[in-house]
Ligand binder design. Structure first.
Ligand code: NAP
Ligand code: MG
Length: 464
């Protein structure tokens, strides 16, 4: 795999200040596929200065000009789709069809949506005797995870650029090669020097230096709750804007009148995709007592189609593999019934976990409360609609969810009472313009579409 030895700062690849490197590992075969520099606080400082210097010019570029550059970036991402998909497969381990359709495909859609929004958004509004100006926040520090390596980057960088902000990105240490490809795409798209900057490195070093840097006006973070809390506290102390996307424990609520086979099959596909490493995955399936055993049998049958090494890839690293296997053991120890998969590794090499279904899961169990982030589905039983709602809302998270019912009206009535940021109604389709983000401890702020753009704007009112 191609790897750059430097950092992309101020429009060129510059040598890192320190000597340390990060080895990038293919989780499917545990082989080292490249090395990238481990950035230091000095690299972060250089990148923030470059972003600061580029900010006035980019902020003053008319929206149509910014839109043209984002459209060019979308075109480069589209033209280099195969290379992106191969890189994501190599460093994340996702099966090639998933890498093509989702990991390489969705960022093209999202970049395209922001090329259009930059051109059409009202950056000025009239309100009584005031004119309200929507101005870019400034320099954005973006810290991203490995689960959707390119999507997580584009979901922050594209709206930031559309708003007129400049960016310093610290991507996950497990997936830096995709981030380097993105930096190449930025260069090829002709964005002005310093508008986008990349510092690869470790979270507690480069990530923390970025979150703490006084030249950063907004920190946008996606990842674990533990790190998110820390970043929120740091940003609060410095009185700077922060956006946090911290994962979930979403419910797939199957109401009594729903098409059970469809709801279970779509639900299983949702959880198993990307080896379960999706923050919005519907990892808790809620079924009424009457159809419970039928649903469990359907889920076990559906999961059997997800063969490790074929339709389902490994987890990203050995630590995540051990963590997920630990959760499966804990679920069984707390009384869940194993109906598919289990804690044993299904392959000798690679960080694989068997696609697993746990039945008889009750709401207070650890596996029903904590984010597992692996191919593990928990099936819970409810007595009536009120009980289903209590269970669905009974975690600290509130990122996503699904409701299936005899008709949309019934599903919508239930969805209105869910404490969560996004709900798919009877198998609704993905919409790249829909706001994405959490209620409760799933986070602060929204990504995607016009709501995602608004995160990068601040308002100034002029009175006449
Ligand atoms: P993480 O440590 O929170 O990683 C997210 C990003 O934050 C990475 O770029 C990471 O760098 C960086 N980071 C780590 N410590 C930091 C610090 N002190 N200051 C600033 N940045 C820091 O998450 P993880 O360890 O990869 O995954 C652990 C769990 O988080 C998963 O099992 C899952 O439950 C959850 N998770 C959620 C999402 C989501 O989409 N919401 C995504 C991934 C993981 P490094 O890569 O160097 O650690
Ligand atoms: Mg980490």
């Amino acid at each position: 795999m191609k790897a750059h030895e430097g950092m992309y700062i101020g429009g060129r690849w510059r040598p890192a200040r320190g000597q340390d490197t990060i080895a990038v590992v293919n989780p499917a075969d545990e082989q080292v596929i490249g090395h990238v520099p481990a950035g230091t606080a000095e690299d972060v400082d250089a990148a923030v200065h470059a972003a600061r210097a580029a900010f006035p010019g980019w902020a003053a570029t008319p929206p149509a000009g910014r839109a043209a550059r984002i459209a060019a970036l979308r075109d480069v991402l589209a033209a280099r789709k195969d290379e992106i998909a191969e890189t994501v497969t190599a460093e994340l381990g996702s099966p090639p069809p998933l890498s093509q359709a989702v990991h390489a495909g969705v960022p093209v859609l999202v970049a395209g949506s922001y090329a259009e929004l930059a051109a059409s958004y009202s950056f000025e509004e009239e309100l009584g005797n005031s004119t309200v100006l929507l101005e870019p926040v400034g320099v954005v520090g973006a810290i991203t995870p490995w689960n959707y390596p390119l999507h997580q980057i584009v979901a922050k960088v594209a709206p930031a650029l559309a708003a007129g902000c400049t960016v310093v990105l610290k991507p996950a240490e497990d997936t830096p090669l995709t981030a380097q490809l993105f930096a190449e795409a930025v260069e090829e798209a002709g964005l002005p020097d310093g508008v986008f900057n990349l510092v690869t490195g470790l979270g507690p070093v480069a990530g923390q230096a970025l979150a703490e840097h006084e030249g950063v006006d907004l920190v946008s973070f996606t990842g674990s709750t533990a790190v998110g809390r820390q970043i929120g506290a740091t940003a609060g102390a410095a009185v700077k804007r922060v956006a946090l996307e911290l994962g979930g424990k979403s419910a797939n609520v199957i109401l009594p009148g729903a098409d059970l086979a469809k709801a279970v099959n779509v639900g299983v596909a949702n959880v198993m995709s990307n080896s379960g490493q999706t923050c919005s995955a519907w990892t808790r399936m809620l079924v009424d007592a009457e159809r419970y055993e039928e649903a469990v049998a359907l889920a076990a049958a559906a999961v059997a189609k997800y063969v490790p090494g074929e339709r389902v890839g490994p987890l990203v690293n050995a630590k995540q593999q051990a963590r997920v296997r630990g959760y499966i053991e804990k679920g069984v120890a707390e009384g869940a019934r194993l109906v598919a998969g289990g804690p044993e590794a299904p392959r000798e090499r690679g960080y694989y976990v068997s696609p697993t279904v746990l039945a008889d899961v009750t709401p207070e169990m650890t596996v029903a409360q904590e984010e597992i982030f692996g191919p593990v589905l928990c099936v819970l039983r409810y007595e009536d609609t009120e009980d289903a709602l209590r269970i669905a809302n009974g975690t600290v998270y509130g990122l996503a969810g699904a409701v299936w019912a005899a008709d949309d009206a019934e599903a919508v009535a239930f969805a209105r009472r869910m404490d969560t940021g996004q709900v798919d109604i009877n198998g609704g389709r993905f919409n790249p313009l829909a706001p994405f983000g959490g209620y409760k401890q799933s986070g602060v702020g929204r990504e995607l579409g016009p709501h995602g753009l608004a995160e990068y704007l601040q308002t100034k009112s002029l009175q006449f």
